[in-house]
Write a protein that binds this ligand. Structure first.
Ligand SMILES: [Cu+2]
Length: 532
């Protein structure tokens, strides 16, 4: 009876907080690595205003679709669009081996002069346009066509090759994902992964949709993955954008009768003082709103990773700005797979094995380098926390945690404690289900009448469908129930993924903001829907 009562209270509290906070934080928005598909892309470089969470509207340049793309991927992502200008530019999702054609039209203001696109790592043939320093360039209202073979799988960047100190800063950059051609051996190995089985029976409550572009990042059996997210890190110095805007909108009358600058050469790109730090063109908390959210018509991509325990998550990370950004993924290290589409492999094949082993380093921070792309694998299991996060002794059979060869419980993909670290099973033994050390729980929770939980603190040391009801302390108000983490629907563990240059987790010098996301580990009881 007590449980029912507190549940009702929790629901009332939740309604109150949700109504107040709905416009600030969207609880149901998840990520994915969305983009446009095909072999022939018609892009337009043009100006538009992007927005930042401090209310700033920033004059920027970006790539958009000059005509509708061949398609969108992953197809399950809702509301996909390709606006006439977006920042970052459309993510081009192509198949390995395809001949890709990108036709670029220069619709930038005339004072911006020429523009172009570089596709580093690919052998590009350019036609049309005029000769530039690095490639053929499109003159104002003109076009240029780039053709290359997508022979290198993985994550790549593209960006302007013309006056790039200004044009890249203004937003002319984007990503290419080359979906690998998989050998039968790798495809079989990846489709039989335990997590594929888990997805098909997610906690026995339903079938989770597959949001992957492929089942492996590369044609290597150790690169299978379960989810993927693309993060493009960049920064904005508004002084540069204001100077460019002043020239683009200049009129002789407004300029006191003096003639307006004919080009952007007077825009100073040094000293460089960025104050906006972006993940996929948005700052925290905007990056947690859905992909293609209507309030960001020129910033369609979000950054809001979710995963279940034990899932291998492919991180595609690109440094798109001028600075390095030490992206720190809390919860575990990242195993680097590849840089710029080059899989990092051991030099030799070990005896009895069919392919060289992966040789990428384990990284505490995945520090971006301007223009460089990397692929890495992240997973979270709760190993080493020293308590039983699943609280498996409370529901189900307390005796079941048979470790596999790696020490995890992977016997039954439909079990709620799937991928539990068996070394912590039933630790500590709980005499009572309350999160209270005196009662045998792993920690004493703060009294919710005295301490307000933060937006990202669920208040429960447990991960699971009953995390809320189990974490009730001595005060009969459930400590769980945050505005961003509805315990009735989710009850995950939140980990901050952010730049470790701490100034970069501000928006115009106000914390929190900037280059920050909250990664949520969701219990198996909760189906992750990346379609929003
Ligand atoms: Cu950190």
């Amino acid at each position: 009876m007590r449980v029912t009562k507190t549940n009702n209270m929790a629901r009332q509290l939740r309604i109150a907080t949700t109504a107040a906070a709905a416009s600030l934080l969207a609880a149901a928005a998840h990520a994915a690595a969305p983009g446009i598909t095909g072999t022939s892309f018609h892009l337009d470089a043009q100006a538009a205003y992007i927005t930042q969470p401090d209310g700033a509207s920033i004059y920027s340049w970006g790539y958009g679709c000059a005509s509708p793309p061949g398609g969108y991927a992953p197809t399950a992502v809702a509301g996909a669009t390709c606006p006439d200008m977006q920042l970052p530019g459309p993510t081009l999702i192509v198949n390995q081996g395809a001949t890709v054609t990108v036709t670029l039209t220069n619709s930038l203001p005339a004072q911006a002069g020429r523009t172009s696109m570089l596709f580093p790592g690919f052998e590009v043939t350019a036609s049309g346009g005029v000769d530039g320093l690095l490639t053929k360039e499109a003159q104002t209202a003109g076009t240029v066509t780039y053709t290359f073979k997508a022979d290198s799988p993985g994550t790549h960047s593209y960006y302007s090759g013309t006056q790039s100190d200004l044009q890249v800063e203004m937003g002319l950059y984007g990503a290419i994902i080359v979906v690998p051609t998989l050998s039968g051996r790798v495809a079989t190995a990846c489709s039989n992964s335990s997590n594929d089985r888990a997805r098909a029976h997610d906690f026995g409550t339903g079938v989770e949709q597959d949001f992957r572009l492929a089942s492996a990042a590369y044609d290597h059996a150790a690169t299978c993955y379960d989810r993927e997210y693309l993060f493009q890190l960049s920064e904005i110095d508004p002084k540069i954008h204001l100077a460019a805007e002043a020239i683009a909108t200049c009129t002789t009358a407004g300029n006191g009768g003096a003639s307006c600058p004919a080009n952007m050469n007077s825009v100073a790109t040094e000293q460089y003082h960025p104050v906006y730090f972006l993940v996929n063109g948005r700052s925290m908390p905007d990056d947690m709103d859905p992909n293609y959210a209507s309030q960001y018509p020129h910033q369609p991509y979000n950054g809001n990773p979710h995963m279940h325990p034990g899932e291998t998550t492919l991180l595609r990370i690109i440094g798109q700005g001028r600075w390095q950004h030490p992206l720190h993924e809390h919860g575990n290290h990242v195993r680097l797979l590849a840089r710029d589409g080059n899989l990092l492999l051991a030099p030799n094949v070990l005896e009895g094995e069919s392919e060289p082993r992966l040789a990428g380093p384990l990284l505490f921070t995945t520090t971006t380098t301007p223009g460089q792309a990397m692929d890495g694998i992240f997973y979270w299991t709760g190993r080493g926390l020293n308590w039983d996060v699943f609280g498996h002794g409370y529901v189900g059979d307390p005796s079941v945690c048979h470790p596999d060869a790696n020490g995890y419980y992977t016997e039954d993909p439909t079990a709620q404690n799937y991928y539990e670290w068996c070394g912590d099973h039933n630790k500590p033994l709980e005499a009572h289900p309350f999160g209270n050390v005196g009662n045998g729980g792993p920690m004493t929770l703060p009294d919710p009448n005295i301490v307000a939980n933060g937006a990202w603190y669920g208040g429960s040391p447990y991960l699971g469908g009953e995390a809320t009801t189990r974490a009730v302390g001595t005060t009969p108000i459930p400590p769980s129930g945050t505005i961003a983490n509805d315990p009735g629907g989710e009850a995950g563990f939140a980990f901050m993924w952010h730049s470790h240059n701490e100034r970069e987790i501000t928006t115009n010098n106000i914390f929190p903001g900037g280059m920050m996301m909250m990664m949520l580990v969701d219990p198996r009881a909760y189906l992750i829907d990346e379609s929003k």
